[in-house]
Design a protein. Structure first.
Lengths: 285, 237
């Protein structure tokens, strides 16, 4: 035990480890905020589709040798978020099909472009790290950390300011719209925030694992808690705890950061599932 | 000008026509009952009045300075997802949202109003319960309390009596009646013609794809449409 602590103390002297933890905590916090609404609105797949779009755009940005890739990735992802959300609501165009088309398309094009233009000899490693995050979180620069902090603050502020509106629109969009709440506007804001989170989270867990970060804490919390507020608070705590634990484990064991965090999230879900089973058994008796 | 005017509205879904030629207006303080058979288009009409669905043709005008943030609404059906975590209190309070404007949180007065409305509908003991785990009638009461919170000038109710036990139905009618006395306009879809005859000032009857009647209650009960509909229930004005 002491050995492990010593090892951690040693690691924490390196700035890149501290950056990784800060970024990890912030991203997991932000992603869990939207998770509840996303799960409830059956939008989980939009988050997934968006992450593929972000991957494709990242590939294009790399091929174009942009210095700050974020400037391309963020707007493109945001536009796709709005479009996907629209199509999800439109009964005529099957929302599912649209999302599948966009996400698989972006994935394929992204990989194609990476292959065509990438100078580096190790394409598969590049692709792998964009998709699964691998060790990229440990190579964050100071600017990236600051960008992450600023965007997280924006996400948290938007969520806190619109908390009641988000609840009402998620719970019953018709009622909200009928009684003068601008439901469409809040859906739009929601889509934009989601895009920001996806782009942020790509740094942490890679494109393919983002939805896990968004969805697991929310469904864990929903096993045990029954009000929107308690579920939101609980999923934030679960998400931050799992992400921190995951990062520490990955540092100690040398495993890829993204998949370790997701594995911890899955373990967290199992714990909450068990708690739920025990609780319902207990109340029946 | 009237608070709400419908001009030559046609209702329809993607080419399939439900009803047409509907014109009427609702004035401040009116109590309008909308009656008609199942599937005649009452719910659709109410959604058109609220701007939730576009009419196939025609126009809906809000007047008398009425804005949509002064409207209360009780939908006929709410598709709430199976495991939506929401306490009754959270649901009822969300009715206060249209009073907030840009203010992010509910004021003390709004929270108190939500509590009062829960009290009025006997929901106080259920305040912390999960909405999804309530019975159908209890859910209906929670949505009614939410609608009351949202109401400032006009309330639109789509079959408010559905699922309520007889005692609560009477209380509900009395409550809405009192609301109307205090100057709030009421628009109610109802199959309960006896209650309509007791409280309503105006009746709108749709059926057979068109407007069968619109006018005051007294003239409705004398009219042909009214005598057919109300006749076999032996309603007296
Ligand atoms: N979303 C929809 N898409 C297509 N058709 C619809 C839709 N909603 C309703 N309809 C059709 O429109 C017609 C009117 O429906 P509406 O719900 O307005 O009836 P209603 O008068 O409220 O009936 P009830 O008394 O049963 O509540 C029905 O024939 C119904 O089949
Ligand atoms: Mg109806």
């Amino acid at each position: 035990m002491i050995e492990i602590i010593d090892k951690l103390v040693l690691y924490f002297q390196y700035p890149f480890v501290r950056y990784a933890v800060i970024v990890g905590v912030l991203i997991s916090l932000c992603s869990s905020l939207l998770g509840v609404t996303l799960v409830l609105k059956r939008y989980s797949f939009i988050g997934h589709g968006l992450s593929h779009v972000a991957f494709g755009t990242m590939a294009v940005a790399t091929a174009m040798k942009l210095t700050s890739r974020l400037l391309l990735v963020l707007p493109v992802t945001a536009i796709c978020a709005v479009l996907l959300l629209r199509s999800g609501q439109n009964a005529k165009v099957k929302g599912d099909a649209a999302i599948a088309m966009v996400s698989v398309g972006a994935l394929a094009i992204g990989y194609l472009i990476m292959n065509l233009y990438a100078k580096s000899s190790n394409i598969s490693a590049d692709v792998c790290s964009t998709l699964f995050g691998s060790t990229s979180i440990l190579t964050l620069t100071k600017t990236e950390v600051w960008a992450c902090i600023v965007m997280s603050i924006i996400v948290i502020a938007v969520f806190l300011l619109f908390y009641n509106k988000i609840f009402s629109v998620t719970f019953d969009e018709d009622f909200a719209a009928a009684t003068g709440t601008r439901a469409k506007l809040y859906n739009l804001i929601f889509a934009l925030v989601l895009a920001v989170i996806v782009v942020l989270a790509m740094n942490l867990v890679g494109a393919l694992l983002i939805s896990a970060l968004v969805v697991f804490p929310a469904i864990s919390a929903m096993r045990v808690y029954k009000s929107f507020k308690s579920v939101t608070i609980c999923s934030v705590i679960v998400s931050v705890a799992c992400a921190s634990l995951g990062i520490l484990l990955s540092i100690l064991a040398g495993t890829p950061v993204g998949s370790t965090i997701v594995a911890v999230d899955i373990a967290g879900f199992l714990v909450f599932y068990a708690i739920n089973v025990i609780m319902t058994r207990g109340s029946v008796k | 000008m009237a608070q709400l005017t419908c001009m030559d509205i046609s209702l329809g879904y993607e080419g399939h026509k439900v009803a047409s030629g509907i014109s009427f207006s609702v004035n401040e303080g009116d109590y309008l009952c909308i009656v008609g058979d199942n599937g005649s288009g009452k719910t659709t009409l109410m959604k058109v009045m609220l701007g939730l669905t576009a009419p196939a043709s025609g126009q809906v005008l809000l007047g008398d300075g009425l804005t949509d943030s002064e409207i209360g609404y009780l939908p006929q059906q709410t598709e709430v997802q199976k495991d939506f975590p929401a306490s009754v209190r959270e649901v009822v309070r969300s009715g206060c949202l249209n009073r907030c404007g840009l203010r992010p949180y509910y004021s003390k007065a709004e929270k108190r109003m939500a509590d009062e409305n829960m009290e009025r509908l006997g929901l106080a003991p259920l305040a912390k319960r999960c909405y999804r785990e309530l019975s159908g009638g209890q859910q209906q009461r929670a949505l009614l309390a939410r609608a009351l919170c949202a109401t400032r000038k006009i309330i639109l109710l789509d079959e408010p009596a559905a699922g309520l036990d007889p005692k609560v139905v009477l209380e509900m009618y009395a409550l809405v009646g009192a609301l109307n006395e205090s100057g709030i306009t009421v628009v109610m879809i109802s199959h309960d013609i006896a209650a309509a005859a007791k409280y309503a000032t105006h009746i709108l009857h749709i059926g057979n794809g068109s407007l069968l009647f619109f006018g005051t209650k007294a003239s409705y009960l004398e009219s042909k449409a009214g005598s057919i509909y109300a006749g076999h229930e032996g309603v007296q004005a």
